[in-house]
Design a protein. Sequence first.
Length: 414
Amino acid sequence: MIALSFLGIGNYKETTYVLGDKRHRTRFFSAALPHIFPLEKLFVIQTEEARQKYGDALRRECDYEPIVVPSGKNEEELWQLFGIMADAVPSGATLLMDVTHGFRSQPMLGLAAAVYLQAAKNVTIDRIVYGAWESRNETDESPVFDLTPFQKLIEWASAARFFLRAGDAVALAHLLSDTQAQTHLSEADYRARGLNATGKTLQRLTRSLALVQPLHALDAAKRLPRVEDRLETDLDHLPEARPFAALLDEVRARFAQLVEAEGHLFTAAGFRAQAAMIRYYLTTDQLQQALTLSREALVSRLCVQITGSTERDVLLKKEHREKAQNFLHTLVERVTAHEFPEGSPSEKLASVWARLRDLRNHVNHAGMREEQLKLKKLYDNTRKLCDEVSALLTEGPEAFPTFGDSAANSPPAS
């Protein structure tokens, strides 16, 4: 394990640093690190002023490799400091970060560098520690605070951002699972029971949505309330899980219509749930998924109109879905021939279907067409159209043409 420590120019006082059964007396916490932790190498970041004041004294107490950095008097020097710290730690290393004697903004930059190294160089942060001289007791023993759990806040923030912006709960699920696992490995009085189940359910839900599997998504959403009681108990007992508690209201709001959908996907509530899925795709910028679901949901809605049934086994039959698609294609042709009044349900539906068919083909065929759309127009048109489909799915039967069983190829005037 590699340690990254700091040396400033403060008036350091001797004390006995204590962590568990490990202790070492020194005025430099950097010198205590090799006696408390199993280190392979110790880097000590220091300005030229710190090197001149304490460099030799620290060398007499421990073996270390100095990293001389600028003092950070301006933004350029701060970026230099960040780069030097990032370059010092090799890829794949296990890192201990000590922020005790940092000068000015060095500890903050050190933490930022550590987070960056996790992502860019696959570095594992084993510990973040602080030698709390100011918390020493009457026998002059100073505790070593383990600040590592607070580094998890950065991971929670990243996972929350990924979930809210991209609609992916994988990172959240891993954090919830890890947090629960820690309660079963330690000697803590409380053992979590709901964090892992919540994470797995959210992961299944967002993966179902990413793969445009609304049937699976609705099933996963309905599982969320089943683990909520256990989850609430976990959040009450585990401070380290409270970052998720702050996100919980947003999770509930985002999937409320899916959780509350009565029956299955093809009831009125089910179509409202599909409309909510489309809006979710727009919120998370998953536009290809939004187009795919918009098309299939519209076909499903026409299947209900044609068959008069909301039964899943009926509406998933190929013959009924092809009949609905044929109806829509024919409707576009007849509207183009001005057979329907402007503003009628038939005219509105045909307009939506024609644009949806064109945009979906453009996106799903990777733009391999003679007629190219500018990217911004493709993006804006997709968002606008999917929003229209979402609204259409929540309207009543009056928004759709009425017809009998033979009408699939001959839609009547509205």
